[in-house]
Write a protein that binds this ligand. Structure first.
Ligand code: SAM
Length: 219
């Protein structure tokens, strides 16, 4: 896997990101907010893993939460910072075992449209869970393996994690089985509250529907 390449491509795409997402009617941010809204209290602290330009955490900010973000793309961080709604933003690559986190305990950790760029997510979930308060919520998306159009995906060394190398742009993308994610949650003593596959957006270029799955777990 070539994380530096993924982050370089993200840097290059950052300026177009918001308008591109709006065109595709990207549902991820809304789905995560709907899933968590009944648990929110003003001033709760939320970590957004791979915050990008902030699209997934802005609804939580509007509710009154304190938002902390981490991301490995400097361009995304700059665009997010310019929106002026975060308490702290950290530039860090979450595939590094000792990636940086704000020195804060969180009520919520979310990650929207990030983990399908990563592959094995167990170290990330472990590190974030440590900084989640007891009773804190973790809610993230993946692309499900075993649901639709999996033909081009091959299994990695991690059982339940599949990859596709998009040669034209030298980009690795990943799909995760439901049982792999459930195993990672269990390993970290997280209780699964809900998981559901949803239509994330319509890819007009490739003329297809793109499905993600979200997982909501409690510490
Ligand atoms: C598709 S964007 C999603 C952004 C945001 N979460 C949203 O909902 O709009 C994926 C984000 O994950 C970040 N990302 C991907 N791989 C990463 C890594 N290894 N470390 C840190 N951030 C990463 C990218 O820089 C990008 O901002």
């Amino acid at each position: 896997m070539n994380t530096r390449k993924t982050l370089k491509l993200t840097d290059e795409f950052a300026a177009q990101y918001d308008s591109h997402i709006e065109k595709g009617l990207w549902k991820g941010p809304q789905v995560l907010y709907e899933e968590l809204k009944d648990y929110l209290q003003p001033k709760n602290k939320l970590l957004d893993i791979g915050i990008g330009t902030g699209l997934a955490s802005i609804p939580f900010y509007k509710f009154g939460l304190d938002i902390y973000g981490i991301d490995g793309s400097l361009e995304m961080i700059k665009l997010c910072k310019a929106k002026n709604f975060t308490k702290e933003l950290i530039f860090t690559d979450i595939t590094n075992p000792d990636f940086s986190l704000p020195a804060v305990s969180f009520d919520f950790a979310i990650s929207n449209a990030v983990l399908h760029m990563i592959g094995d997510i167990s170290a990330i979930i472990k590190r974030v869970t440590k900084q989640l308060k007891p009773g804190g919520h973790l809610c993230f998306t993946t692309i499900p393996y075993g649901y639709i159009n999996d033909e081009e995906y091959l299994e990695t060394v991690h059982q339940g994690v599949y990859y596709n190398h998009k040669k034209e742009i030298d980009l690795f993308v990943f799909r995760h089985t439901n049982s792999y994610i459930k195993y990672v949650l269990k390993e970290n003593k997280l209780q699964l509250t809900k998981n559901q596959i949803f239509l994330a957006f319509k890819d007009y270029q490739e003329k297809r529907d793109v499905f993600f799955e979200y997982f909501h777990a409690v510490k």
